[in-house]
Design a protein around this ligand. Sequence first.
Ligand SMILES: Cc1cc2nc3c(=O)[nH]c(=O)nc-3n(C[C@H](O)[C@H](O)[C@H](O)COP(=O)(O)OP(=O)(O)OC[C@H]3O[C@@H](n4cnc5c(N)ncnc54)[C@H](O)[C@@H]3O)c2cc1C
Length: 393
Amino acid sequence: MNAHTCASAAQILEEAKQFAAQEIRPLAGEIDAKGELPRSLIDKMGKRGYLAASWPAEFGGLGLDPVAYGLFTEQIGKACSNTRALLTVQTSLLGETMLRFGTEAQKRLWLPQVARAEKLGAFALSEPNVGSDAKSVQTTYRKEGGRYILNGSKKWISFAAIADFFVVTASDSSGQITSFIVEREREGVHTLPMAGMLGNRAVHIAEIRLDEVEVPAENVLGNVGGGFTYIVSTALDHGRYSIAWAGAAIAAEALEAMVTYARSRSQFGEKLHHFQLIKGMIGDAVTKVHAARSLCLAAGEMRRSVAADAIHETAIAKYFTSKVAVEVTNDTVQIHGGNGCRNDYPAERLFREAKVLEIIEGTSQIQQQVIAQYGLRKYAVKKQEAVQTKKEA
Ligand SMILES: Cc1cc2nc3c(=O)[nH]c(=O)nc-3n(C[C@H](O)[C@H](O)[C@H](O)COP(=O)(O)OP(=O)(O)OC[C@H]3O[C@@H](n4cnc5c(N)ncnc54)[C@H](O)[C@@H]3O)c2cc1C
């Protein structure tokens, strides 16, 4: 239990806003420049139960419903995208998936420790040669007696450089995909930190090499063969919801930055915001931020009521808000002129962070395909209705 367990969602959100303003935003530039999340910040978030904001109290969570959790993600994401990524991975990708498919023993062992930030995890799906086509994972497993032996490489894995355990998705010789919980200290596990990132520079990204790594049967997450259908699909759905809010958050933060700058900078004897072309960018940004938030809220409401289309509304929100974040941060850099190209102002960092959102948790092209398939079903006018409409005409 933590101090927030009995607080209302409104109280938690208000405190998160204060926490983001006082403890996160002032560090955001330094976190990006140094390429690491300070352990002290992770610990403070753990003490408040922030890594488990959407989980039930029995696992150390704050019990926020999907809408409140989205608003919470927005507060943290506005202040610092790297810090928000901690929530995306620990709370959404790993936690929500383990809550749904983990055994009682797995949940009791890992979730309370992650909630308190005593242990961190990483979700290891992508590989050097496998990204969007995630079903083709080349990391292998084979069963020997009661144990599984894993071999292969994972790449681009957020928090892998500091995580205590990884959820690794692998395939057997017949193509059956299964996910395993692999503790860092197991023999044959190696991680290689990856520097030189465009954005998400402080999410401790690493490659993972697995060389004849043995895990017991109780480390299978979900059922054998359910690695893609259940584990990956669920994790990505929750991850997309988190990234949808991350996009809305970056766009909102960029909008504030552009307005502040346009009101303070003068050229040709006038403040920038008096120029029609600058007003055009601000008008577009306000509209896009409002639309992005509305889509996130709509997805959140559908998730709260467990609506059948929630998964699609989430993909739509993720696709749209990441696109909007890139557009709005692009204009924010533009309005800042030369100052937008240097790290004295947050504009360039927001621009870099926004671009990453179009790639993670399924690229924009993959979202377009998912959304198009949904649209082709949902908006197909049935034959009978089409005939009826023709007759009426
Ligand atoms: C900052 C960061 C953090 C990450 N964290 C994690 C993590 O924690 N865990 C993890 O497992 N992975 C992680 N990833 C990896 C990420 O999920 C992949 O980069 C992403 O899925 C895209 O895969 P790819 O990079 O291999 O691109 P590819 O799949 O090679 O795609 C390249 C381009 O081709 C397009 N494309 C691919 N297939 C199609 C198609 N069928 N139709 C049209 N266009 C297509 C893509 O949209 C993209 O534009 C992270 C990546 C980054 C950059």
